[in-house]
Design a protein around this ligand. Structure first.
Ligand SMILES: O=C(O)c1ccccc1NCC(=O)[C@H](O)[C@H](O)COP(=O)(O)O
Length: 213
């Protein structure tokens, strides 16, 4: 199976087009006001239309309430929901039932203890995304360009696909995939020139490197 490549935090038509044309499988739109990649729903809707089924649209939220999820699902019509907060397994199960959409749950990793929640989320999610645990004073729980120790995933044995993220770029994506044996990879900061500013060339380089890995 080919590596699942997700480019997250797209905010412009140009960079979205670069990601889709270069063959991204999943394109992520962030709905979290404190993020430099936050989108309002009308603009996300316009970007979503541009995708035209060429990639899966992923709506990333952080402990979103039902009203926000209703609005996102109604307007963007995402193919996936990504939960990057402290959504419980019960909340994941309930949202899946309400919207009938697959869910990717982010698990924040800093040490081996962080993996103890895996069985509970693996029972309800469709994909798991391993990301670096943010520092306590971080203003957002992801998209920080920080990596975790990939060797922590050694021995992880999931029946569902998982993606690795956090501090990955074209230069280290092959190593990230080799060490973690992940089915996919997710990047945001690693294809940016500054937080929130994606670069079409960096996106293309990243996708090429991920495909070659
Ligand atoms: O991107 C954000 O600003 C963001 C805000 C709130 C929660 C999650 C967020 N991003 C997560 C991602 O973009 C990816 O899933 C991943 O963490 C990318 O990490 P990195 O390549 O290190 O930026």
């Amino acid at each position: 199976m080919s590596t699942i490549v997700k480019i997250c935090g797209l905010t412009t038509a140009d960079t979205l087009e670069a990601a889709v044309e270069a063959g991204a499988d999943m394109v992520g739109f962030v709905f979290f006001p404190a993020s430099p990649r936050h989108l309002d729903i009308d603009f996300a809707d316009a970007l979503g239309r541009q995708v035209r089924s060429r990639a899966a649209k992923v709506a990333l939220t952080v402990d979103a309430d039902d009203d926000l999820l209703d609005a996102i699902v109604e307007q963007l019509r995402p193919n996936w929901l990504q939960f990057h907060g402290s959504e419980s397994p019960e909340r994941v199960r309930s949202i899946k039932r309400i919207y009938g959409l697959p869910v990717m749950k982010a698990i924040a990793v800093a040490g081996p203890d962080d993996l103890s929640v895996l069985p509970d989320y693996a029972a309800v999610a469709d994909r798991i995304l391993f990301d670096a645990r943010p520092p306590k004073d971080a203003t957002r729980p992801g998209g920080l360009g920080a990596a975790f120790d990939w060797k922590l995933l050694d021995g992880v044995n999931l029946k569902l696909p998982f993606l690795v993220s956090g501090g990955i770029n074209a230069g280290n994506v092959a190593e990230a995939l080799r060490v973690t044996r992940a089915q996919g990879v997710d990047v945001s900061s690693g294809v940016e020139t500054s937080p929130g500013e994606k670069d079409p060339d960096l996106i293309r380089d990243f996708i090429r490197a991920a495909r070659a890995a």
